[in-house]
Write a protein that binds this ligand. Structure first.
Ligand code: PXL
Length: 279
């Protein structure tokens, strides 16, 4: 059985980060170890959230694991809250990187043209360095624009613009770059990716639904990680993850009592698990 570790916060309510990654990757039949980097009462789109930093726990946890001889088939990082956490996670990657395992960095910092509360351009620059250590990164268009220090591309861009961004992002040092939230037609939304070793681009789209919800980036990255741990190629994993994210949004829209803060990814889990049989 494969084992990964995912490093991100626990937002107790909010359906994002660990409360999404843990169930989704476990449902993919992969042991999912966690390092919670902070405990928040809710994610940061709520007003008045509490925040307990857990930075001090990161090194003791990883050192204990090293002593126990524990290793991972993948390290998947998401929302990280401070420069110190970036530094410690970077060291943890150095400690646990092997020839065969996969480092997946989701540089969670921003969406819809703006940084999330508490983030700065200096933090973005450090996160870009962490991306340089990854095998796969999955920024959205806002995060990519910040990391490349270019104006947010908004909704006005060509395929050529996206290809240029992908190549520039790979120059951070990452082998495979996945840009999420890409759309070249009003009714379609998906991802475009670049494999810098093979110098190959690929893209995958599904229906663009009329609603947009918080946490879909984490749903996507978790499903992609789960699929790659089931021996899906990156290309297959992107298809599975895009389709699963869309299905999660669809299930949310079908639910008259859906919450505003996250998607009904739970209801779409059977579809995700079924799709893994076809990789
Ligand atoms: O979904 C990304 C995310 C993760 N963790 C926290 C967040 C967000 C997005 O706002 O606030 C705490």
């Amino acid at each position: 059985m494969k084992r990964i570790v995912t490093i991100q916060d626990i937002s107790c309510i909010g359906k994002c980060s660990l409360t999404v990654a843990l169930p989704i990757i476990s449902a993919c039949g992969v042991e999912t170890a966690v390092i919670p980097t902070a405990v928040l009462s809710t994610h940061t789109a709520f007003q008045g959230f509490t925040f307990r930093d857990l930075t001090e726990e990161i090194t003791p946890i990883s050192e204990h694991w090293k002593k126990e001889g524990i290793g991972f088939d993948a390290i998947y990082t998401g929302y990280l809250g401070s420069f110190e956490q970036l530094e410690l996670v970077s060291r943890l990657i150095d400690q646990f990187k092997t020839e065969d395992n996969l480092i997946i960095v989701d540089p969670v910092m921003a969406d819809n043209g703006a940084l999330y509360p508490g983030f700065t351009q200096e933090f973005v620059a450090e996160m870009a360095k962490l991306c340089g250590k990854a095998d796969v990164i999955v920024p959205n268009l806002t995060e990519a624009s910040y990391m490349l220090q270019i104006p947010y591309v908004g909704e006005e861009y060509s395929e050529e613009n996206i290809k240029e961004m992908l190549v520039s992002l790979s120059q951070l040092g990452t082998k495979k770059v996945v840009l999420t939230g890409v759309s070249f037609a009003p009714d379609q939304l998906g991802v475009m990716a670049y494999d810098a070793e093979q110098k190959r681009f690929f893209r995958y789209f599904n229906e663009k639904l009329s609603a947009s919800f918080h946490g879909t980036g984490d749903v996507f990255a978790s499903a992609m990680t789960g699929a790659m741990m089931n021996n899906c190629s990156l290309e297959q994993a992107l298809e599975v993850a895009v389709d699963y994210t869309v299905e999660s949004i669809r299930k949310t829209m079908e639910d008259p009592e859906h919450r505003w803060y996250g998607v009904n990814f739970e209801r779409a889990i059977p579809m995700l698990v079924e799709r893994l049989n076809h990789c």
